[in-house]
Design a protein around this ligand. Structure first.
Ligand SMILES: [Cu+2]
Length: 327
């Protein structure tokens, strides 16, 4: 063990460092313990692998038939060796199980006073909702305070993964899952979807911002009522990003999964059922709340259903934003 500890320390990333040989920075309460368990199991396994392989190869030569053509029939066994090689690994395995069990229980049990944030996964973006009603497409959390993320999906299975915090949990439609952590380092960290969820899965990334509690609260306050503070079209641009419309609709004329909105307001379009309709306020509202009721010709009916996911105020500023993207 005394030999292993310096080796463990060298492989692990240390607090305040840019990350270790294999892992990113340890930026949450979970990270140091999980990394330690990982490397402990890895090194113990490597030691046994080496010992077993080397002795197997050595015995291959030592007991080759050419050297001992007539094996001693009296060769029996050694009780001492058998006990040693059963009891020591048994204790090691029990210890590994114990580490895993303690870590798992801790991982599954958020502190009762944790700050709660709702996360929504959908093709192909994230949305986070805070207790004061603020919403953002990036995750903002206070430093040194337990945070519980309660997660749901609007469509398929996603998975929320923050490598620097060592947390990952599936996000499943029709039920809530959760995870918790205490961010222990100020800064920006990467956040990914870790479950293949369709065409643009690889762009379903975001950022975690960790700020001291005061700064975090100021941010949350500002984010909660930007709709009443900004001009409608500007507020709409933020809602457009926040709700993930931007993953499927461009405003520069390029077609992604859905039509672009550049210069579209007030123009006519053909629907898949052969009828035509003018893009006005009611059409946009209906497109958001019942996307499959009027499918634009030439597109697949794959738009997320935003019924219950956007407020009237948000729809109002979205309409103003779509009006504002002209040629
Ligand atoms: Cu996803």
């Amino acid at each position: 063990m005394t030999l292993l500890l310096p080796l463990l320390a060298a492989l692990q990333s240390q607090p305040g460092q840019e990350g270790g040989f294999w892992f990113p920075v340890q930026a949450s309460n979970h990270a140091p313990f999980y990394d330690w368990v990982f490397f402990f199991i890895l090194i113990v396994s490597a030691v046994f692998l080496l010992a077993i392989t080397v002795s197997a190869i050595w015995f291959l030569f030592k007991y080759h038939r050419s050297r001992a053509p007539e094996p001693e029939p009296s060769t029996s066994h050694s009780t001492t060796i058998e006990i040693v090689w059963s009891v020591i690994p048994a204790f090691l395995l029990a210890y590994m199980f114990w580490l895993g069990f303690v870590g798992f229980m801790d991982h599954r049990t958020p502190p009762a006073d944790a700050y709660e944030i709702y996360a929504t996964g959908r093709k192909w973006s994230w949305s986070f909702t805070y207790p004061n009603g603020a919403e953002s497409e990036e995750l903002h959390v206070p430093l040194d305070r337990p945070v519980k993320i309660i997660m749901g999906s609007q469509d398929v299975i996603h998975s929320l993964f923050i490598p620097a915090f060592r947390v990952k949990q599936d996000v499943v439609p029709g039920r809530y899952t959760d995870l918790w952590f205490t961010a222990t380092m100020e800064g920006e960290f990467e956040l990914y979807c870790a479950e293949y969820c369709g065409k643009d899965h690889s762009s379903m990334q975001s950022t975690v911002f960790v700020q001291p509690e005061g700064q975090f609260n100021a941010w949350a306050e500002e984010a909660a009522d930007f709709i009443s503070k900004l001009p409608p079209a500007e507020a709409g641009a933020r809602v457009f990003k926040m709700k993930g419309c931007i993953a499927c609709h461009s405003t520069d004329g390029s077609v992604i999964t859905g039509p672009s909105f550049k210069g579209q307001f007030g123009t006519e379009r053909k629907l898949a059922d052969g009828s035509t309709v003018v893009m006005d306020e009611n059409y946009i509202r209906k497109s958001i709340l019942e996307p499959n009721s009027q499918v634009v010709a030439g597109f697949d009916p794959v738009m997320t259903n935003f019924q219950g996911q956007v407020t009237d105020d948000q729809i109002r500023v979205l309409i103003e934003y779509i009006k504002s993207v002209k040629e």
